[in-house]
Structure formats: C-alpha cells, structure tokens
Write a protein that binds this ligand. Sequence first.
Ligand code: NAP
Ligand code: ZN
Ligand code: ZN
Length: 348
Amino acid sequence: MTTVTAYAATSATGPLTKTTITRRDVGPHDVAFDIHFAGICHSDIHTVKGEWGEPLYPVVPGHEIAGVVTAVGSEVTKHKVGDHVGVGCFVDSCRECDNCKAGLEQYCTGTGMVGTYNAVLTSGEKTYGGYSGAIVVDEDYVLRIPDSIPLDAAAPLLCAGVTLYSPLRHWNAGPGKSVAVIGLGGLGHMGVKLAKAMGAKVTVLSQSLKKMEDGLRLGADEYYATSDPDTFTTLAGSFDLILNTVSANLDLGAYLGLLASDGTLVELGAPEHALEVPFFPLAGMRRSLAGSMIGGIPETQQMLDFCAEHDVRPEIEVIAPDYINEAYERVLASDVRYRFVIDTASLR
Ligand code: NAP
Ligand code: ZN
Ligand code: ZN
C-alpha cells in the first residue's frame, strides 16, 4: 500500500481538508497513475453534502481524473508506463450482466457500477476519488487520453463530456435536429460544444442572458433566458431534444412544452428532490421524459476520440487544491466558467 495526500470531506457542512489516504498495491490487472488534474463536478457537491443519502465519510471526491501511468500489473495489456490516462465515474462493475457485456457498465445489473469514490469494491476496499495525488484502478476501467488533448482539458471529459455525448448519440442529435441545453454550467457547456460538433442546431436555455456571449462563442445558435416568460411562448413546440443539466428542480411542465410532438426531454441533472411531472404537457404531444447516466467505457473512449478529432475541449479554470471550498461556493452560485479543474501537483 502507498500513502497519498488528498482532500476529503468529513461532514455535510464542514470544508474539505487535507488528509492522507492509502492506495492498494498494484495487482496483476491494475494500472497505477499519478493524478495530474481532477475536475470538480456538481455531483461531488451533492455527494459530500449528503443530498443523495448519507455518504461514507471521509469522502475524497473527484471522478474526472487525468494523469500519467507510473506502474502496471503483470497481466496488463491496455496501458503502459508513461501513457496519458483517465478515469471517470466508476472503477468496477460485475462484468457479467448483459449491460456490462454490452459496454454499458454504468447500468450494471449485477453488483451495480462501483463509484470512483464513496463506494466499496467487492474486495471490501473503500474507493477514494481524484482530489488526490495518485490512484490504482483495474485496467478495464481506465481510458486512453489522446495525445492532442492536454490533461487539464481532458479531465472534465471523463464525466461532463460523456454525460452529454451519450444522450446526444442515443437520441440521434445531428444535422436537421434542434437540440436545447438547459443550464450553461459544466455539463451544459459540453452539451453545446458536442451537439454543435455533431451538426445539430443548438439553443441554450439559461436563467439569464449573463453568459450569452460565451454561449454563442461556444457554438450555440440561439440563447434564451428562462427568467423571461416570453421564452416559453416564443419557443413552444420547437425542439426535438432537450437536455436538462440543471442541478436543482425545475418546472418540468414548462420545459416539456418546448418539445415538438414526439420530442424527448432527457433529465441529466440529479437534484436532491424527486421530479414532479404534470400529465398534459407530457402526454398531449406524445412527448417522452427520459433519463441518462454518464456513459460506458467503450462510449467514453469513443467520446475522447471524437473530441480529439473535432477539436472539442472544455473551458476550464485551473485551481490549486486549497481553493476547492471556494470553488464549491462558486459552483453553487452558478459562477463557474465552465469547469473548475484542480491541479493536483502539490498532492503528489
Ligand atoms: P453546474 O456546473 O453547477 O451547472 C448547472 C447549471 O444549472 C448552472 O450553471 C446553472 O446554469 C443552472 N442552474 C443551477 N441552479 C439552477 C436553478 N436553481 N434554476 C435554474 N438553473 C439552475 O453543475 P454540473 O456539474 O454541470 O452538474 C449539473 C447536474 O448534473 C448536477 O445535478 C449533477 O449532479 C448532475 N450530473 C449528472 C450526471 C449524469 O450522469 N446524469 C453526470 C454528472 C452530473 P445557468 O446559469 O446557465 O442557468
Ligand atoms: Zn460528474
Ligand atoms: Zn454488470
């Protein structure tokens, strides 16, 4: 076992503080890597604040992890020392159920996916995430980061990137399709870039027009403020696909009304409280309300390669680990442009 420095939450209300954790010895199928950068996802905040249930404190968050391989086990074939690699939201799954066999490990029906942090592996080992100096992960759950993507920009792709890529692909975003993204935060800004790169018409639905210039620069064709009631009459019935990335509960009925008939609203945001859905805006135009969770390993690799090929990169603000608590406050205030990425050099 090796000891590494990390930032951990020990309660729902206190700040994250510097601590040490241990990483397991490198097993035959393991890849050990130095973490260079870790993104801050709003899910980290929901988790440490206990909004999704009581966490297994101490929690070392971070599931947008990018780094460089330092050691590999004797049986490892997919990665070698010096490779640029990444880890997303999970580090294991049953590998035997239909979903695992189909590369949809995030929907594992066996053990369920084992989260990169705040979870327990079948071995009994508790998982700790990317706000730390190094990690050891089974090679099958480690992604290859294309050389053309710098590690700091690669980190947010491992969660925010694939969480938007997967539904855009599943619901066939592309030329001739009109896609709206609700919320221009970490997930939302990746949705704009990816939908644009796929050839769809993209509209941002943000609380205000404060970030309009950014939104258009990122590739949006149109930008509307949801605080303006006119938005909901102007855009009624206009979208084939709406991706909701908002971390809080919205009036879903109002947004369902923006879908064309047979359109789909995909819930990606994971608010603390249950969703409330009125009947008529849903059934009236045979609309669908769906959900989608991150993406499997093959699709995450496909997304990384797509971003390399189409020059898609997140907009990031790189921070030192001692800024994590302030960064959390800024995420909660929707003051993030558009992903905080922790430079973990001082934790190595
Ligand atoms: P984020 O960076 O905080 O972005 C969320 C955006 O939603 C904000 O920037 C803001 O955009 C908008 N927003 C926030 N509060 C709002 C409110 N009360 N009313 C209306 N709009 C509001 O968060 P994120 O990291 O993108 O994550 C977003 C959500 O997705 C979180 O709940 C997270 O847990 C979840 N998530 C889900 C998956 C999945 O697999 N489904 C994966 C990762 C994260 P504007 O200022 O533009 O309005
Ligand atoms: Zn995430
Ligand atoms: Zn499985």
